[in-house]
Design a protein around this ligand. Structure first.
Ligand code: AMP
Length: 480
């Protein structure tokens, strides 16, 4: 057999990408229950699977499954079983493929230092190389998640205190990660040196809490203390809190898409309230792309805040012109394109009395494939709108993300191959205006510390080999 036991394609490249939700707490008898509440607040970051690992000081128990938090923990016995004072929880975001319970987190292993559970938010750029290398050496993987690679690296690290082993393992990975590790008697939180994804620390009475977004602190009644710094490892155990550092990175690359779409507006992200930044995107959009219209409406819920900013700056009245059903998952989740189209109709309904005869500005936070807006504009026109002017609170997405946002190939991104005018034509709008890259970066406090590679192509790390090849092919055929 030609390939022998080799995997046919680049190993690890079908690994799920995720902007998942993480929650950890140490030192409270209700640890699992609090993690469950925290995961509820972080449900928007991932709806495919959920899980909690809890340590009672002697052993770690895990409950995880496919589905929303409410489905995974639909029986009180699930939480009751998870006794102990330290817990970590994880919501996983769904993408095409790799959708099975094996990839649900926290991952849990037994290795030379005992039991270890891990929850990961992010995406490792060199996962394929690392995994291929380990597989050739005989390693057996149980999941297609890149997170498992880090557990292997930890198991291979020189024996020592767990934080040292984790630091050694992470020195080999490139990409974005926030990790929560749970050992029998320790909770360890780590953020990658460039700081792609957010992670913050709070306190509930004396118990430290860690979460992807501060809205998860609010739900358990914890106060916000600070963000975990890029490259920082925070260890919580019987000695209190200890800080270690990963190797310094000359560059920061905090994901600007967290402000645009991912985070909840009531969360503090990278030290700033997402609501404040998103509103400012809307105001800036109104400055750059004014419109003659009667009302401003948002594509709910993710564009609501930017629409308020647009309305504020333009003086055009904000109205609720689309009603979103909250009982349908995010459209992006569907693996099949036709399913996505149907889901748009399932999810939104126009308010005829608001739209009829009106010139409408529709605010959307971002356009990926363009299918949501194409379908929505049909619905809005069907409700009698006189004109439909689309304004987008972010620049055209031209480049895939390798750091955990689900925009994986250039082909899927409408703006990677089409002009603004042809996108306008495709979605069927009377006019279309995107926020400029300059405008976007003007709004955020430390623009040099942000990653805006999906708009600019300026990647802060090496990119996966497959992408380099795709770029080369596109250049060769004259497509870019
Ligand atoms: P599309 O229909 O493919 O243009 O997708 C755009 C819609 O998906 C917008 O309503 C966005 O709020 C939302 N969106 C943008 N980025 C993502 C993402 N990475 N995952 C899920 N939804 C997204």
């Amino acid at each position: 057999m030609k390939n022998g036991c080799q995997r046919p394609a680049s190993p690890g490249t079908d690994a799920p990408r995720h902007h998942c939700g993480l929650f950890g707490i140490c030192g409270d008898d209700r640890a699992a229950e609090l993690a469950y509440l925290g995961l509820y607040a972080l449900q928007h970051r991932g709806q495919e699977s959920a899980g909690i690992a809890c340590s009672d000081g002697k052993r770690i128990l895990v409950h995880k499954d496919m589905g929303l938090v409410s489905m995974v923990f639909n029986d009180p016995s699930h939480l009751k079983r998870l006794t102990g004072r330290c817990a970590i929880g994880h919501n996983r975001y769904s993408t095409t493929g790799s959708s099975n319970v094996l990839n649900a987190q926290p991952l849990s292993v037994e290795f030379k230092c005992g039991q270890l559970a891990a929850a990961h938010n992010g995406n490792l750029v060199n996962a394929a190389e690392l995994r291929g290398h380990m597989e050739r050496e005989g390693s057996i993987f149980q999941t297609t998640a890149d997170s498992e690679i880090v557990l292997h690296l930890i198991a291979r690290a020189a024996q020592g205190p767990l934080p040292d082993m984790i630091l050694e393992a992470l020195s080999k990975v490139v990409g974005s990660y926030c990790f929560l590790f749970l050992a029998r008697d320790q909770l360890i939180a780590v953020r990658d040196p460039m700081g792609f994804r957010p992670l913050c620390i709070g306190r509930l009475n004396e118990a430290p809490v860690v979460a992807s977004e501060s809205c998860a602190l609010d739900i358990v009644g914890a106060e916000y203390v600070r963000g975990v710094e890029p490259g920082e490892m925070v260890i919580f155990d019987a000695n209190g809190m200890t800080i270690r550092r990963l190797a310094e990175s000359p560059r920061r690359a905090m994901c600007i898409f967290e402000y645009i779409y991912i985070a909840r507006p009531d969360s503090r992200i990278f030290g700033q309230m997402a609501d404040k930044i998103r509103r400012a995107f809307g105001r800036r959009l109104a400055e750059e792309h004014p419109a003659k219209a009667d009302i401003v409406i948002a594509v709910p819920d993710s564009a609501n805040t930017a629409a308020l900013g647009y309305s504020e700056h333009s003086g055009i009245r904000f109205e609720i012109g689309l009603i979103r059903s909250h009982y349908v998952g995010r459209t992006f989740i569907s693996p099949e394109q036709h399913e996505r189209d149907i889901k748009v109709h399932l999810k939104f309904n126009p308010v005829t009395g608001v739209l009829k005869g009106r010139r409408v500005v529709v605010i959307e936070d971002s356009i990926v494939r363009g299918t949501t807006l194409r379908n929505l504009i049909r619905l809005i026109r069907g409700a009698g709108a006189a004109e439909v002017h689309v304004r987008v609170g972010s620049p055209p997405i031209r480049f895939p993300c390798f750091y955990g946002v689900d925009m994986s190939t250039r082909k899927e991104l409408i703006a990677s191959s089409q002009s603004v005018e042809s996108i306008r034509d495709f979605i069927g709008a009377d006019s279309l205006g995107y926020l400029s890259v300059e405008g976007l970066l003007k709004v955020v406090p430390k623009p040099k510390d942000m990653c805006a590679a999906c708009f600019t192509g300026d990647y802060p790390t090496e990119v996966p080999v497959d992408f380099k090849k795709e770029q080369f092919d596109l250049h060769r055929t004259g497509a870019i």
